[in-house]
Design a protein around this ligand. Sequence first.
Ligand code: SF4
Ligand code: MG
Length: 325
Amino acid sequence: MGLLSFRDVHVEFARKGRAPVHAVAGVDLDLEEGEILGLVGESGCGKSTLARAGVGLMPLSGGEVVFDGEPIRHVRGRARPERERKLQMVFQDPFASLNPRRRIGEQITDALRGHASRQERRRRAGALLEQVGLEARDAPRYPHQFSGGQRQRIAIARALAPEPRVIVADEPVAALDASIQAQVANVLVELRRDLGLSILFISHDLSLVRHVCDRVAVMYLGRIAELGPTASMWRLPLHPYTEALIRAVPHPEQVGVAPSGLPGEVPDPADPPDGCVFHPRCPYAHDACMPEHPSLRTVGDARQVACVLHEPGGQARRPEEAARA
Ligand code: SF4
Ligand code: MG
């Protein structure tokens, strides 16, 4: 069992007069101690909802999230239990997450109020700023005096103050200039190395995920389609959706070649297709895909995939193979 475990997690949003949206539909996922686990998928696939559920910011409609052996309880408007301070989140927008009127040093150490003296907090703020590649003497400055990348470093420093074991980072560099995205992502890689942090890294940018993550979970319409070590997934994607996502990443050597995108749109999560929810967009869809959505099953020793092609005898049912037989 991982340090942070999602067990058959469901999240539904009620909508007035309409069917509820099943944003997360039965996710099993383990973030292991000291790893960076990527969570990828198109926008609207449920990544952010799953992330928020993982830190107790979103009520579950089924299943549970277990942190360090104990279930997380969603508590609205009340202080989180002490234990859950070890589970921190970094959001996409560093502009919205910092208060423009307060000095960054004070904001970074807010979590230490009542736990450390003023002098100790000042010392910690300086050390945390240095840990994320800024300087201790930046502490008395205000957010507007920093660039977007520096502000996200400040937000990361603030998440580090309670000495977390897990950081859930939801598109932490998506709002930044492309030229500095890798630098800020590298801050997280260094923190994992230096502090042994476990990081759930949510992104729609596959080249970044490939560079940063040990393992990757691919999400589609609220479900995990595939999970496995980054390198082997890139070498041989098993799920047709993973295959299409990887194929859509532009290659630097193929200047001028348009990436091949996926056909069709992501369906409405309130009204998912019958059978395998990916079937309307899948080039390999066939009869065996229709009775129900395939469950995630282990293939080889470290990979998991939810697709009938990888069930026993499944390859033989692949349409073009069947035609050739
Ligand atoms: Fe495609 Fe069928 Fe696999 Fe779904 S189960 S991904 S429709 S081949
Ligand atoms: Mg999102």
